[in-house]
Design a protein around this ligand. Structure first.
Ligand SMILES: [Fe+2]
Length: 218
């Protein structure tokens, strides 16, 4: 790390209820993060992950995972009751928020991670799809959405056409030369309604300064 440069330090993610901890940790491992610590606590395990092994003893690249604290859970429960979520007379703002996130998973709070190769990203996605199909801990808990790079670069378009993950994708990113994978999961709780979390995995093709993470295109 450059001596004077600030880096992204850590994220605090939460699961609920306590018994969901091992499943949430399994998901983070499938995403390629390394678990460096697991502390069993009465209210639910506390985990420390790092985004890659070079961060094992570092103060950045860290993800903490723990149970939703009870005061936060009380607030989420009160919000759900006040808005009558799931009932016939549910507050109309709930459907509006859900429709927005259905159309664009990154329209509200989410967390993005950059993956170093397209092959590694494809490997992670295939493992996630396998887990979501066959692992009872992940079945019905993970929803994936994909954005391809905007069309226009022959090499990028050809590589994505041939991809087992992106070949059939018809959604496009707000930029070029990169791809996005959104993982919506209720194994992690955050956001305005405290119901789920959107994680994003990105890959950016090398050798270009205009890509999905450098320039937003409308
Ligand atoms: Fe994003």
């Amino acid at each position: 790390m450059a001596g004077n440069a600030t880096t992204m330090g850590h994220l605090a993610l939460h699961y609920s209820p306590a018994a969901e901890g091992p499943k949430a940790a399994k998901l983070l491992r499938l995403l390629g993060f390394s678990e460096t610590q697991m502390l069993p606590l009465p209210g639910g395990n506390f985990y420390r992950f790092v985004v890659n092994d070079s961060h094992h003893a570092a103060g950045d690249g860290v993800i903490y995972l723990s149970a939703v604290p009870q005061p936060q859970q009380n607030l989420v429960d009160a919000v759900h009751a006040a808005l009558k979520i799931g009932q016939a007379d549910q507050h109309p703002s709930v459907a509006g928020m859900r429709a927005m996130l259905e159309a664009d998973p990154e329209a509200s709070f989410h967390l993005g991670f950059l993956v170093p190769s397209l092959e590694r990203l494809e490997e992670i996605v295939l493992a996630l799809q396998e887990g979501a199909a066959n692992d009872p801990d992940l079945q019905d808990r993970v929803e994936l959405t994909f954005n391809r790079a905007r069309l226009g670069d022959t090499d990028v378009d050809g590589r994505l056409d041939a991809s087992p993950v992106f070949g059939s994708v018809t959604r496009y990113a707000y930029g070029r030369n990169g791809v996005q994978v959104f993982i919506k999961t209720d194994l992690l709780k955050s956001g305005a309604l405290g119901e789920n979390t959107v994680l994003e995995l990105d890959y950016v093709f090398p050798g270009t300064t205009s890509h999905i993470l450098s320039v937003v295109e409308l």
